[in-house]
Design a protein around this ligand. Structure first.
Ligand SMILES: N[C@@H](CCC(=O)N[C@@H](CS)C(=O)NCC(=O)O)C(=O)O
Length: 212
């Protein structure tokens, strides 16, 4: 079997999720650190976003598609339940996180700090403050979903947990979201358990360089 190649920036929540998935499956892979909007990424993703994947002559974009391909192609514990309801619930939470939580918590709030796009590089208060009312509604929903078993679906790790984890992890880094996260005890415990997994330890990206 050819070697799997995962391409992207280690800090991206979607790249990190795909790398955790591959590691949980025990799949060796080559990680090629490339930024979005580069020629090589653009040759695979029509909008030049990360992650992208190569496996022999098979190329793929979109993190959910990549993780699903890895799950189905390789041995190892299933990351998507094989029963219809478990699979649908996994799809439900991935879709919910990617279409509702990520746009607010990552693209608006975290990017408002990490890539503010302000003339002096200061946090983009308009984006940050604009995201907070939605975040106050969204985080308790995730907390409640994790309350019973500590997992979003069933009582085992699935791709739904893996997809959520990097976002939850990054939310602990910024002031308002850190305060909000402290109120979500199930979500906080989920992060701690995920951090203890070898797959997460192996793939945790280095912290961003300190701004001077
Ligand atoms: N739905 C895509 C989202 C990919 C995505 O937005 N990736 C970000 C990094 S986390 C990116 O490439 N951003 C660069 C850009 O939008 O120009 C997936 O799940 O792979």
């Amino acid at each position: 079997m050819p070697e799997l190649e995962i391409i992207g920036v280690a800090q991206s929540n979607y790249v990190w999720a795909v790398r955790i998935a591959a590691t949980e499956k025990g799949v060796p892979y080559k990680f090629t650190p490339l930024r979005p909007n580069t020629a090589e990424v653009g040759a695979i993703h029509p909008f030049s976003k990360i992650p992208v994947m190569r496996h022999g002559d098979f190329e793929l974009f979109e993190s959910k598609a990549i993780a699903t391909y890895i799950d189905r192609t390789f041995d190892g514990p299933p990351l998507i339940p094989t029963d219809a309801k478990g699979a649908a619930l996994t799809e439900q939470w991935i879709s919910c996180v990617n279409t509702l939580i990520d746009p607010t918590c990552v693209r608006q709030y975290i990017v408002g700090y990490a890539f503010p796009g302000t003339p002096d590089g200061s946090p983009n208060r308009r984006a940050i403050d604009g995201a907070l009312p939605n975040m106050q509604k969204q985080l308790p929903v995730l907390d409640k979903a994790l309350a019973n078993t500590g997992h979003l679906v069933g009582d085992k790790l699935t791709l739904a947990d893996i997809n959520l984890f990097p976002i939850a992890f990054y939310l602990q880094r910024f002031p308002e979201s850190k305060a909000l996260m402290q109120e979500q005890r199930h979500l906080t415990a989920f992060i701690e358990r995920m951090l203890a997994r070898p797959s997460v330890k192996e793939t945790t990206p280095p912290p961003p360089p300190k701004k001077t």
